[in-house]
Each structure stands twice: as structure tokens, then as C-alpha cells.
Design a protein around this ligand. Structure first.
Ligand SMILES: *Cc1c(COP(=O)(O)O)cnc(C)c1O
Length: 423
């Protein structure tokens, strides 16, 4: 099936219910078992079904099936936020003493997660060059458990060298994790390029109107085989899990990465979505392709306008011919579409502040992917916890203004930016 169809139909059988056209919200904490054998079978994975909403929920399950198929993956696990999805994806395969290779251009919350929170848990990071990955191989060692990067980095709007990352990862048998939040599954499918695990913040374009926080982890087919072949690096998948009466994940005929994340991490940590948020995200998925196309064409128009404005020093938008990442966007993303995220440079910090304080339609919000257009100054907000050195390393300049172009008419957006720049 094609993506637009998957987003509307996968995982829901209208005939199996009361015929509700809209998917029911299973707003429940727990589920009644038929009898004690049924209960025992569910816990032993002999039968699959709902046990407790911290582990699974029928509404969330439909969202997971749809996202897994949209990414061309084998299975998905939904989480309460993108941050939770990233945290799970790392601690699912790494523990104290291990290290993760991370791109030098990442979301601010991921930078703090890796450099501070995971460090306190004994998981260290080594940073590689996102754009060419030329230093990646030299950073690999026996304790390297994952390579983590963003397909279109927020807020730097950079695109990595995915072929290079995949080549190094496959040579050493290391899991690759791609944060695909900004392009979404509509524009880009990392698994088709050889990536093992995809994570998302569904709070952004997937939600699309800023109403539901959420995250999702998607894994490719056949990871069990990969874990068998690389059991020295990933022993937890092929040795008995004492916390689950000796379960050996690679022996279970279910997609292994999400299985372990669900059975041990969702069980023990519980950062799962509420059924209502899963339902909101299901509504959003129905229009994902339409919206992402429109965000992309609107952003391209605004980028072209900004490029021609005398007060704008430069514009970063991978959909723009001549952009540093234009060729990669053409190669990786559906028809070269590049989402609604763009940034531009003005001459001074003061000028950046003036533009932000003068716009009327754009809201000053630390978010992206909303139907409403948003404007931010990363240096003083999303990335303000970083030192000046870390800021520069993260590619955030004090004169950078970031826009998340919404679904309004571009005539109005361009008029608003014009008056703000000319003030
Ligand atoms: C927002 C964002 C996150 C974090 O997601 P939340 O849903 O806010 O927890 C992670 N990665 C990227 C690229 C993001 O834009």
C-alpha cells in the first residue's frame, strides 16, 4: 500500500467492532483476562494481547502499526515524547561503560541528554562530523553501541552523509539510529537507506498542530539476525533476560528491538503515550502527506523571498538551489521536498531580536511543525543551556533566526516578514 492509504487504513478493522468509522479511544488502564490460562499465555508471549496500558493499548497499537508501515519497518513502539523515544533507543542497547557516536548537529534536548544525563549513567559519547562523517570510523571501538544522527537536523538544517554512516556501521556491526522528526516518514524513510532504527518526535509535523506530545521508535526487518551475528557487542538480546523469566529475545519471532524496549523499558520506566494522545496522532497521520507537502512548498517560497531581501545575509533551506544540502535533499527526500524548517542570518544579534519582536503572524515559540508559523532565536532559547563553545559546535549562531513555516497563505507570511525586516 502507498503511504497515504496506510495512514488512513492500516491496523483497523471496522467489521471487528461496532462499525465505528473513527478509531475508538481505549481509555483504560487495564484489561480483563478471559481466565488464568489466558493471563499466563499473554505474559509468556504465547498469545499477544493487551495486559496493561504501560505495556500496550489498542488505540496506541494502531498508531504504532501505521507508523511502522509508513517507515517501511517491522514494528514500532510509541512513547510519551520524542525525548523518551531517544532515551529508550539508547538504553535499549547501551549501559555503563559503553559509548555512542553522535553527530555534531543535533536537537538541543538530545545534546543535553547525551552530554549530561547519559554521562551520569556511565554512557559516554564521541562526536562525529555530521556532514561528511569522515572521522566516524576512527571513533569506533569495542564498546561502541550506536551511531546516532538526525536526517534533517533541528535547528541547523543540515543533512548527514547517510551512505558513509551506513558503510561504517555495517563494517563493524553497529546499530544506526536516525532521528527522522523533521522530514517525517512522508518525505524520508531511513530504513530504505540501510538504517536499523528510526526515532521520531511525533509532537512536531506528525501532530501538525501542536496538540499532542509523542514519540515513536521504528525498527527494520530482521534485527534478530543482526543481534545473533553481533552477540558480543549486543549480549542482552541473545542471553537470558533475568527480569523476564529468562526470555532470550533473539528466539522470539517478533521484532526484537521494540520487543525488548516494550517488555523491559516501557515496563520499568513507563514513558508511554496516553490513549487520547495516540488517538490525536492517528487523526493527524491521515493528513500527514498533504501537510508536509504544503509546508515544504510554502517554505520554498519564503526561502526564495528571504534570499532576495537586502537585509538577509544568508538563507539555509535544503530545498533551495545552491543550498549546501540541496543535492542531498534531492537524493534522499521525496521529490527533494525539505519540510517547513528554514533559517536565515541577519547582520547582528540586535537585528535578529528586532525581526522576532516585529513579526505579527509568526508566534515566538520553541516548537516546529505546527500549522501556525513560528519564529525562534535558538541562541537565546532552545540552545541557551549550552555554552558559547557548544553553541558554535552545534552550529547555532547568535544572528540566526529560525522559522517553522506553517500552512497559512504565503502572501501573508511574506508581507509580515517584509514589514519586520524593513522596520
Ligand atoms: C522536538 C524534537 C525532539 C524531542 O521531542 P519531544 O517530543 O519534544 O520530546 C527530538 N528530536 C528532534 C529533532 C526534535 O525536533
Amino acid at each position: 500500500m502507498q503511504k497515504e492509504t496506510i495512514a488512513i487504513h492500516t491496523g483497523y478493522d471496522k467489521k471487528g467492532s461496532n462499525g465505528e468509522m473513527a478509531i475508538p479511544i481505549s481509555q483504560t488502564t487495564a484489561y480483563a483476562f478471559r481466565d488464568s490460562t489466558h493471563a499466563a499465555n499473554l505474559f509468556a508471549l504465547k498469545e499477544l494481547g493487551a495486559i496493561y496500558t504501560r505495556l500496550n493499548n489498542p488505540t496506541t497499537d494502531i498508531f504504532e502499526q501505521r507508523y511502522a508501515q509508513l517507515e517501511g519497518g517491522a514494528a514500532a513502539l510509541a512513547t510519551s515524547s520524542g525525548a523518551a523515544a531517544i532515551f529508550y533507543s539508547i538504553i535499549n542497547i547501551a549501559e555503563a561503560g559503553d559509548n555512542i557516536l553522535i553527530a555534531d548537529k543535533l536537537y538541543g534536548g538530545s545534546v543535553t541528554l547525551f552530554h549530561f544525563t547519559l554521562k551520569r549513567l556511565g554512557i559516554s559519547v564521541k562526536v562525529f562530523n555530521n556532514d561528511d562523517a569522515s572521522d566516524l570510523e576512527s571513533l569506533v571501538d569495542d564498546k561502541t553501541k550506536a551511531i546516532f544522527f538526525e536526517s534533517l537536523s533541528n535547528p541547523q538544517i543540515a543533512i548527514p552523509n547517510i551512505e558513509k554512516i551506513v558503510t561504517v556501521a555495517q563494517k563493524y556491526g553497529i546499530i544506526t539510529i536516525c532521528d527522522n522528526t523533521v522530514p517525517t516518514a512522508s518525505l524520508f524513510n531511513p530504513i530504505k537507506f540501510g538504517i536499523d532504527v528510526v526515532v521520531h518526535s511525533t509532537s512536531k509535523y506528525t501532530s501538525g498542530n501542536g496538540t499532542a506530545l509523542g514519540g515513536v521508535i521504528v525498527e527494520r526487518d530482521n534485527l534478530a539476525e543482526f543481534f545473533k551475528q553481533n552477540k558480543d557487542r549486543y549480549p542482552h538480546f541473545s542471553t537470558p533476560d533475568a527480569s523476564y523469566h529468562g526470555l532470550v529475545y533473539v528466539d522470539v519471532p517478533l521484532p526484537n528491538f521494540c520487543l525488548r524496549a516494550r517488555l523491559s523499558l516501557a515496563r520499568d520506566i513507563g514513558a508511554v503515550p496516553s490513549p487520547h494522545n495516540s488517538w490525536l496522532l492517528i487523526q493527524s497521520l491521515e493528513t500527514l502527506s498533504l501537510r508536509v507537502d504544503k509546508h515544504s512548498s510554502n517554505a520554498l517560497e519564503v526561502a526564495k523571498f528571504l534570499e532576495s531581501h537586502p537585509k538577509v545575509k544568508s538563507v539555509s533551506y535544503p530545498g533551495l538551489k545552491g543550498d549546501k544540502y540541496y543535492d542531498k535533499a534531492q537524493k534522499y527526500f521525496n521529490n527533494g521536498k525539505a519540510s517547513g524548517l528554514l533559517s536565515f542570518e541577519v547582520s547582528t544579534f540586535e537585528e535578529a531580536k528586532k525581526v522576532i519582536d516585529s513579526v505579527k503572524l509568526f508566534s515566538i515559540v520553541v516548537n516546529i511543525g505546527d500549522s501556525k508559523s513560528l519564529i525562534t532565536h535558538p541562541a537565546s532559547t532552545t540552545h541557551s543551556q549550552l555554552s558559547e563553545e557548544e553553541l558554535l559546535k552545534a552550529g547555532v549562531n547568535p544572528t540566526t533566526v529560525r522559522l517553522s513555516i506553517g500552512l497559512e497563505n504565503t502572501i501573508d507570511l511574506i508581507e509580515d516578514l517584509t514589514q519586520a525586516l524593513n522596520k
